[in-house]
Design a protein around this ligand. Structure first.
Ligand code: UDP
Length: 328
């Protein structure tokens, strides 16, 4: 009996695979390696291919007894999704449809899904609860919401139970220092800040300082990637013990501004990290902070690595040891 992890060679996927391996689960990974890295896998059996490829997925399901799925495979860049919505609908929405179809065919009844705070759009109140309205401000968030909705109707029709985990901002790296964040192109704040002390860029950009926050820069809720990973195992346990389909926010409940994040990185790295003010980035809400009370209550989940300096330090440890990221 195996857990299939789609997109398991990506950033959050690979950290989840690491936790599953530690928990002695049998793991099968499907990844087309468009963003993922072979070396990011600390275990599991890798099939290189695309979730939209029905013949390929047949092989995976035929060769393994898949009892549950954890679904990460998706595109996730807000900016790109606004330029090229078709790419996002095709991989994210249609890809999920194909995955649910093959799960139905093989009788796999559980799926844990990698969703996002981008499903909410500009929040009316913070911290955001799961009952908040979902009005995505970008195509990426809209496709993730569509994927959640699709799961709801596959549950109603075919009894496939799902847990959607709406992540806030993942950061940090595995304690071993062997795996971490490596996107191409890199768009996320923490790795971009750390590229300065690595000598890969002269300065970090601050996208807008005229937001209605104390220092004018955007506030986000940063969470250690291994804490996110843990939540997937707890969600799986919930489904295995007969839990109903549900949606959970995952965040620390604390917000830090872009300027505060740069200051933390200065402290951790001992580098002055020059910052340059630039215009706002389209689609950025001013403040995103999660209420994770529901995940605490129902999944018994709470972040264990909740010191921001330690989160940034773990990222720094990874980047320092792998200045060029993974080599394949
Ligand atoms: N950001 C920034 N400079 C950068 C990259 C990001 O000021 O070079 C800001 C971005 O506008 C947002 C926050 O940092 O307010 C976090 O951005 P990121 O892309 O890491 O995550 P998001 O919140 O978009 O998922």
């Amino acid at each position: 009996m195996a857990v299939l992890v789609t997109g398991g060679a990506g950033y959050i996927g690979s950290h989840t695979v690491a936790e599953l391996i530690d928990a002695k689960e049998e793991v099968v990974v499907v990844d087309n390696l468009s963003q993922g890295h072979r070396q990011a896998l600390l275990g599991g059996k890798l099939y290189v291919g695309d979730i939209r490829d029905a013949d390929f997925m047949e092989t995976v399901f035929k060769e393994n007894d898949i009892e549950s799925v954890i679904h990460f495979a998706a595109y996730s860049l807000v900016g790109e999704s606004m330029q090229n919505p078709a790419k996002y609908y095709d991989n994210n929405v249609y890809g999920t449809q194909r995955l649910l179809e093959i799960m139905k065919k093989y009788g796999t009844k559980r799926i844990v899904f990698s969703s996002t705070a981008a499903t909410y759009g500009e929040p009316q109140t913070v911290p955001i609860e799961e009952t908040a309205p979902t009005q995505p401000t970008n195509t990426y968030g809209e496709t993730k919401l569509s994927m959640e909705k699709m799961m709801k109707w596959f549950d109603a029709a075919h009894g496939i139970k799902y847990v959607a985990l709406r992540y806030f901002n993942a950061a940090g790296a595995h304690h071993s220092g062997r795996i971490g964040e490596d996107h191409s192109p890199e768009t996320h704040l923490v790795p971009l800040i750390l590229q300065v002390p690595l000598g890969k860029r002269e300065h970090v950009s601050i996208f807008g300082d005229d937001y209605p926050t104390e220092d004018g820069t955007c506030i986000r809720d940063y969470l250690h990637v291994s804490d996110l990973a843990d939540a997937h195992l707890l969600a799986l346990e919930r489904l295995r013990s007969g839990g109903e389909s549900s949606v959970y926010n995952l965040g620390s409940g604390k917000g830090f501004s872009v300027k505060e994040m740069i200051d933390v990185a200065r402290k951790v790295t001992g580098h002055p990290i020059p910052a340059v003010l630039e215009p706002r980035r389209a689609g950025d809400p001013a403040v995103l902070i999660a209420s994770s009370a529901k995940a605490k209550r129902e999944l018994n989940w709470s972040p264990r690595r909740d010191n921001l300096e330690e989160i940034v330090e773990s990222a720094w440890n990874w980047h320092r040891q792998h200045p060029d990221g993974f080599t394949e």
